[in-house]
Write a protein that binds this ligand. Sequence first.
Ligand code: ATP
Length: 198
Amino acid sequence: PIYKVGLTGGIGSGKSTAAQIFAELGVPVIDTDTIARELVEPGQPALAEIITTFGEEILNAQGMLDRARLRRLVFANETLKARLEAILHPRILQEMHHRATQLTTPYCILIIPLLIETAQEGSIDRILVIDVPEAIQRHRVKARDQLSDEEIDAILRTQCPRAVRLAAADDIIVNDTDLATLHRQIERCHQKYLSLAS
Ligand code: ATP
């Protein structure tokens, strides 16, 4: 079976940027966010379950899932959040592992933002954490998403503490400098994973 490296980190830590560099090195990247979007496309069983749980009001005029509305609903309500996760998480996991089995490279990268929060360490071979100091994280998220400090605070509160994530890591990339530095760190990890996978 293919060697699986789970790539995780807090919001705006640089997961997508790091994954892009792995992809340029020829490593296949499976993104759980992409899978989650595909799972709720019209006609998908997960969307039907979401409609059963949240009502038709969760669809927009085009019959597509209103993701912003869904996000607001579950943000304010732990029970609804748990129900949504029960619908999506098992399917995401299954699809992610299914896609990995199709690959023929020595290893692959799985981007799993909530890797630690959802306790799926057992199903992957190695955990790579992209880490940034909170001040840089806030600065980059603000620049990218135009969020207020309060909105960023609220998101950070839902994510696991930095120390917990770091404690679970097999490898840590500190993404506090520039892209060239990130690139060098990823090349080192790439060599390591090639040898671990063989
Ligand atoms: P999210 O959790 O929201 O999906 P992410 O972890 O995928 O975010 P990215 O989108 O890769 O994070 O990075 C967040 C922002 O920081 C982006 O605008 C990205 O261009 C920038 N960034 C990432 N790494 C660096 C770096 N080394 N130097 C400068 N900017 C960076």
